[in-house]
Design a protein around this ligand. Structure first.
Ligand SMILES: *[C@@H]1O[C@H](CO)[C@@H](O)[C@H](O)[C@H]1NC(C)=O
Ligand SMILES: *[C@@H]1O[C@H](CO)[C@@H](O)[C@H](O)[C@H]1NC(C)=O
Ligand SMILES: *[C@@H]1O[C@H](CO)[C@@H](O)[C@H](O)[C@H]1NC(C)=O
Ligand SMILES: *[C@@H]1O[C@H](CO)[C@@H](O)[C@H](O)[C@H]1NC(C)=O
Ligand SMILES: *[C@@H]1O[C@H](CO)[C@@H](O)[C@H](O)[C@H]1NC(C)=O
Ligand SMILES: *[C@@H]1O[C@H](CO)[C@@H](O)[C@H](O)[C@H]1NC(C)=O
Ligand SMILES: *[C@@H]1O[C@H](CO)[C@@H](O)[C@H](O)[C@H]1NC(C)=O
Ligand SMILES: *[C@@H]1O[C@H](CO)[C@@H](O)[C@H](O)[C@H]1NC(C)=O
Ligand SMILES: *[C@@H]1O[C@H](CO)[C@@H](O)[C@H](O)[C@H]1NC(C)=O
Ligand SMILES: *[C@@H]1O[C@H](CO)[C@@H](O)[C@H](O)[C@H]1NC(C)=O
Length: 591
């Protein structure tokens, strides 16, 4: 029988079963790569496990759930958003900044709750259809199917969270930064039905831009309200206020901001959007998002990542946070039960080397698409993972396409169903490559790999059928044959709000054409990607170009590395057959 083989470092699993040492060092980021807006909980009832949810924007499956026993080793255990019927509108979001923003994960009386916002960034700020606020409930974070369909509720804003008060009342808290705000509001809510009461402004923050990401904690008779302010760039910070009455008035902490890396030289910048939780020994911890950009804030392709820090929270006073850096001089957490996470879940740092053919029923759970995929475009054949090309390329410009999926032809528009399968860039230094077979059949028929940030920011190295005369360079010297003849060419091109280097087009060397090829992107430093191509069976790779990763350093998401297939709006139907898929983590830059 054909076998799917996935070579994972088994020792990495073994190390998940840690001893009960309390002196280990935890390294940041705890969730490297595209894992922004973390919200975490500790659940004693689930074998004393920490669970975190993060934002996923237009990617699918969405809202990843990571679990850990010790705060150090994390595994992806599921996705809240894993079926199209849960939230069909994710297929229609019109901008690259749209999709799932800032979930809050909570556990209450045996149920996991996830409250978040599906944003359509195309709509006016004051249009409530821009903010599709939703509630999911789940019974088993290890079983993605246990998450419910979305229950929608009315709120003109985002970053919503549930809160259960001691008097039995349930609230939703949320924020809105611009035009109609800024404000942090709450309302009583029925989480089962989505019915909400009257929204009341409880705090406006300390005056920083965009007070958002609110979380309420009840402690020592106080309601502590935590918020992010300053926007999600270099001025990002965490502030707090408190009140004896959940409805306010809230008094601002004189020591604000409680956590920020603004005006520091740390590589960890944009620290903010925090959440607080307590471990089994009563110690407090905070997670936040951070961007490893340094204060230059130019090269940060992994975007906003999840970092952890320790917190001291004495009775009846505001907490103090240890500033974010590359490691947490950990005390704690406490002695853990002699169990680890089920071994089927690889650690986030596990390298991968997947060879097809395959007998798998489905692809690894961390494989990621942009909006909902057309499932029939990804098939496991007897000898490959086969990608069937989509009409749209990764930019999803509409052109004159008049088919059923009609979307506006602006560069910020998008359509569902682009053929793209990827994983997150999770280390500063890495090598990602695929071996494949592909014979383009029509003009513009294309298959390749991409460093993809959004539909408006991606760098693609592909094989595409183009006239010979389109070549900008050659591995084989000049060629005087018919300049109009359509031939397979290696093409590197990009899309970005920043200036993109001129595209590189090189005819596929004749001796390579019949065999499998390998496309590779690697980072040998924190500022650029090197793109290479070669025959899969031989070691030598030819460098196509090295481009700065500032092209894909922007906005809310982080780079996905993957493979795509497209007709670029043309007649091409040629499929791409992936036989090997590799990601090697070659190191993190932490300072
Ligand atoms: C942790 O380290 C401190 C200082 O190095 C030491 O005093 C303490 O005994 C260690 N604790 C454990 C549990 O190893
Ligand atoms: C807790 O761990 C035990 C094994 O020690 C396992 O049988 C059980 O399923 C786990 N329960 C949960 C809720 O994780
Ligand atoms: C996206 O734009 C299209 C075309 O204007 C529109 O039909 C669709 O409703 C929009 N999607 C959302 C979620 O607003
Ligand atoms: C928040 O600001 C609004 C004006 O934008 C003001 O009407 C309101 O009183 C403020 N609320 C609080 C709690 O400070
Ligand atoms: C809390 O504040 C709300 C709104 O001002 C008020 O109606 C309520 O009576 C207050 N509750 C207490 C216990 O003071
Ligand atoms: C950073 O410095 C600027 C300029 O001095 C100041 O306006 C800003 O408030 C500082 N930000 C933080 C979060 O301290
Ligand atoms: C702090 O509060 C906890 C619970 O609220 C209580 O058990 C403890 O005695 C308090 N400690 C001090 C020093 O007041
Ligand atoms: C795949 O393998 C099975 C069993 O070996 C065979 O019956 C089937 O025809 C093969 N399919 C293709 C597309 O080669
Ligand atoms: C698409 O572009 C054409 C020409 O540029 C324009 O006339 C048309 O209105 C556009 N359609 C949409 C839906 O934006
Ligand atoms: C995407 O395809 C369209 C044609 O459908 C083409 O005009 C555009 O150049 C392509 N853009 C990118 C960045 O691939």
């Amino acid at each position: 029988m054909a076998r799917f083989s996935i070579l994972l470092t088994v020792t990495a699993f073994a190390s998940a079963v840690l001893t009960q040492s309390t002196n280990m060092t935890i390294l940041n980021p705890i969730l490297p790569g595209f894992h922004p807006d973390p919200s975490c909980i500790f659940v004693p009832e689930w074998n004393s496990t920490f669970f975190c949810a993060t934002s996923s924007f237009n990617s699918f499956p969405g809202i990843p759930i990571h679990a850990s026993k010790d705060l150090k080793e994390w595994s992806l255990v599921g996705h809240v958003l894993n079926r199209r019927e849960q939230l069909p509108r994710l297929a229609e979001t019109n901008r690259s900044t749209s999709g799932i923003w800032a979930p809050t994960l909570r556990y209450n009386k045996g149920v996991f709750w996830l409250v978040t916002t599906l944003v359509d960034d195309d709509r006016p700020q004051a249009d409530s259809s821009r903010w599709d606020n939703v509630i999911f409930q789940g019974t088993n974070p290890y079983d993605s199917k246990s998450w419910s369909n979305a229950v929608h509720f009315e709120f003109e804003g985002y970053d919503t969270e549930p809160f259960w008060d001691v008097d039995g009342k349930t609230y939703i808290v949320g924020a809105h930064a611009w035009q109609v705000g800024p404000y942090i509001q709450h309302a009583e809510a029925n989480l089962e039905t989505g019915k909400v009461g009257e929204w009341r402004t409880i705090w406006n923050g300390t005056g920083g831009m965009a007070p958002e990401g609110p979380h309420i904690y009840r402690k020592d008779g106080w309601y502590y309200l935590l918020a992010a302010e300053g926007g999600t760039g270099l001025g990002h910070m965490v502030t707090m206020a408190r009140s004896k009455n959940i409805s306010g008035p809230y008094e601002s902490n004189p020591a604000n901001p409680v956590l920020t890396n603004a005006n520091t030289t740390s590589i960890f910048q944009t620290v903010g959007h925090a959440d607080l939780f307590q471990d089994g020994s009563g110690n407090w911890w905070a997670v936040a998002l951070s961007t490893r950009s340094g204060p230059n804030y130019v090269n940060y392709p992994m975007g906003r990542e999840t970092v952890l820090t320790s917190v001291s929270w004495p009775n009846s006073s505001f907490p103090t946070f240890t500033p974010i850096s590359g490691s947490i001089p950990a005390p704690l957490p406490p002695a853990r039960p002699p169990t680890s996470l089920p071994l089927i879940y690889p650690l986030v740092t596990t390298p991968e080397d997947i060879t097809f053919p395959s007998s798998l029923q489905s692809l690894p759970p961390y494989f990621t698409h942009w909006r909902y995929p057309a499932p029939s475009s990804y098939t496991l054949t007897n000898s490959s993972l086969r990608l069937t090309p989509s009409h749209f390329n990764l930019t999803a410009l509409n052109g004159n396409y008049a088919g059923p999926l009609h979307y506006p032809n602006s560069s910020s528009s998008a359509a569902p169903g682009q053929t793209f399968i990827s994983r997150r860039q999770t280390s500063t230094l890495f090598t990602f490559s695929i071996d494949f077979r592909f014979t383009p059949d029509k003009l513009n028929s294309e298959f390749g790999i991409s460093a993809f940030l959004t539909q408006n920011h991606h760098i693609d190295l592909g094989i595409v059928l183009l006239p010979r005369k389109a070549a900008t360079d050659s591995f084989e010297g000049s060629d005087s044959r018919d300049p109009e003849e359509l031939i397979p060419q290696i093409r590197l091109r990009g899309m970005s709000y920043k200036t993109v280097p001129k595209e590189v087009i090189i005819p596929v060397p004749r001796v390579w054409i019949e065999g499998e090829l390998c496309l590779e992107v690697r980072a040998d430093d924190a500022a650029k990607y090197v793109f290479s191509v070669g025959p899969a069976k031989r070691p030598e790779m030819r460098e196509v170009a090295a481009w700065g990763n500032e092209l894909v350093s922007w906005g809310f998401t982080g780079v996905l590395l993957g493979a795509y297939a497209t007709s670029n709006g043309g007649e091409g139907r040629a499929v791409g057959d992936i036989t090997r898929w590799r990601y090697q983590d070659r190191g993190q830059v932490r300072e």
